[in-house]
Design a binder for this molecule. Structure first.
Ligand code: HEM
Length: 518
């Protein structure tokens, strides 16, 4: 008995010693060593506190910004405070520590990089040293092992090739009619008589429906529950981001973890059902279909041909298909819905541009109800300028990150392994050096001609957005059809609070008054 007791005591003591040693290493020695290494290179930042790092200060700065939001704030069309609202800690600490500074998320060092040259160097890296953060467990619930979270290995590269096939221009052309029909149906539900309408949530409904029909060939009803659960996952991810977790915490049966596991299991099961339905349909029709889901199933069966007799070098499993479905269910609609909502805000605040765009749509479309060819969409020149200006002022993905898997040298700066590099796309969009003295104001004319400026709303380099063309086509169709049908004004109740969950959302929705056009 004594022997067993002694063995158990020794085991427990050993585990406790290892835990204490790991905690001391992660929260004391390593931060001290890294702080010193950065300081010697002239990189400074706010003083981190034991255990939390700068997290409580970040949370406090964000709460202050949200509390400042008011109904009258944006009426003068001055968007100067957007960076401070979206990244309050950037606004506060770049003033004291410069463009490149260090913050601590618990024991993780995060290096803010806002010099455009360095940003591009980071995003274009193909060595594999700068890649996805392996610690994003809550984000993994959302994307699974889909391409958005895989590190840039051969598997990622092959899968990326596979999904990119679904978004070639030839494929996109075939989606246009389905998009138009879907938007038409959705806009019938938009009422002009019921007071302010939250266009942000309505737009999300449209982009979700468009994605279900065009990429997955399924009804909105089949996808709706998945979207709702993904929104919940997104908020869990946000909560997770604001906390420090001890190693192994994600395996404990806390209420949040139990909810995470349930959501994951339910989403997997709903998506599996969509896939099984397609398999049943294909056994009758003899084809998987040419949309994203069809291509993935063809790849799973090894019959996907890259048009030149080449097949995928990797094996695609059912779980791979489900994980890519998760990735595209999320990335394929949240971002476009955000872009549309911010574009509508800017057009509501600038009625002259709203009228100009409406006239352009009528002129380009003539008798047809919507721009339904790539040519027509290309002819919407003023709309392209307005969309670019919205992407500049309210980028749906305002902040990117890359994790250093090895020690990395960027210009003169040596960055230790295990640092998260923060790349705030939104910051360069308001830099007067590139955009002139009116960078804080809405001025689509700045996009009349192509100029060499750092403008990266869809990122750059190997991980650039695969859905960019799909997003632009969809945005133009939806906006054109709304403009034809309605004139819109911002409601008095609108509270301006751009807020990053994963994408940039209006925190309190976007209520607008809709007036039916004659
Ligand atoms: C206005 C709309 C959109 C914006 C602003 C946007 C922006 C971005 C950005 C900035 C990235 C790069 C992330 C990084 O470098 O870490 C990205 C990646 C991605 N986007 Fe988009 N996106 C949009 C729409 C879409 C749509 C409609 C789809 C799909 C139909 C999509 C699918 C993806 C995927 C799968 C990735 C991950 C690519 C990879 O990691 O290899 N996006 N997007």
């Amino acid at each position: 008995m004594d022997l067993i007791w002694n063995v158990v005591t020794a085991g427990v003591s050993l585990i406790a010693t290892i835990c204490v040693w790991q905690l001391a290493r992660d929260f004391l020695w390593r931060p001290r060593r890294l702080l010193q290494a950065f300081k010697q290179q002239g990189v400074l930042g706010p003083v981190p506190r034991l255990f939390l790092g700068n997290l409580d200060q970040v949370r406090e700065l964000m709460a202050v910004e949200v509390a400042k939001s008011s109904t009258g704030e944006i009426r003068d069309d001055n968007h100067g405070g957007v960076v401070a609202k979206v990244l309050p800690y950037y606004a506060a600490w770049s003033r004291s520590y410069g463009q490149t500074f260090l913050v601590w998320w618990g024991s993780q060092p995060r290096l803010m990089i806002s010099d455009p040259e360095l940003m591009k160097e980071v995003l274009c890296d193909k060595s594999g040293s700068l890649d996805r953060d392996p610690g994003q467990h809550a984000a993994r619930d959302l994307f699974g092992d889909g391409i958005a979270l895989l590190t840039m290995n051969e598997r990622w590269s092959q899968k990326r090739k596979m999904v990119s096939l679904a978004f070639h221009n030839e494929k996109l052309k075939l989606m246009i009619d389905a998009m138009v029909a879907c938007v038409e149906e959705n806009l019938k539900q938009w009422k002009t008589t019921e007071g302010p309408v939250d266009v942000a949530s309505k737009l999300r409904g449209i982009t979700q429906d468009v994605l279900c029909r065009t990429a997955f060939g399924t009804s909105y009803a089949a996808g709706k529950e998945v979207f709702e659960m993904q929104i919940e996952q997104q908020y869990i991810h946000l909560e997770w981001q604001g906390q420090v977790h001890l190693p192994g915490f994600r395996f404990l049966p806390t209420s949040t973890n139990r909810r995470r596991w349930t959501l994951k299991q339910q989403i997997d099961s709903k998506l599996r059902q969509i896939v099984v339905n397609r398999l049943k349909e294909s056994s009758v029709s003899g084809s998987y279909g040419k949309d994203l889901l069809g291509l993935m199933l063809a790849a799973k069966d090894g019959v996907l041909d890259f048009n030149n007799g080449k097949k995928l070098d990797i094996q695609v499993t059912m779980q791979d298909v489900i994980d890519e479905c998760k990735t595209f269910f999320f990335t394929g609609q949240e971002t476009s819905a955000a872009l549309l909502a911010w574009t509508m805000l800017l057009l509501a605040l600038n009625p002259d541009w709203q009228t100009r765009l409406r006239q352009e749509v009528c002129q380009v479309c003539g008798q047809v109800s919507a721009p339904n060819t790539l040519e027509m969409l290309g002819n919407l020149k003023s709309m392209t300028m307005v969309i670019n200006e919205a992407l500049r002022m309210y980028p749906p993905v305002p902040l990117l990150n890359r994790y250093t898997h090895n020690k990395v040298k960027l210009k003169e700066l040596v960055i230790p392994k295990g640092t998260l590099l923060l790349v705030p796309l939104i910051v360069i969009n308001y830099n007067e050096k590139f955009w002139g003295g009116d960078a804080k104001s809405f001025n689509p004319n700045r996009f009349v001609s192509q100029q060499q400026r750092p403008f990266l709303p869809f990122s750059v380099g190997p991980r650039t957005c695969v859905g960019q063309s799909f997003a632009i086509i969809e945005t133009k169709i939806i906006l054109a059809m709304i403009l034809r049908k309605f004139t819109f004004e911002l409601s008095e109740t609108y509270v301006h609070s751009p807020f990053q969950v994963l994408t940039l959302q209006p925190k309190f929705g976007m209520p607008m008054n809709l007036l039916a056009n004659q």
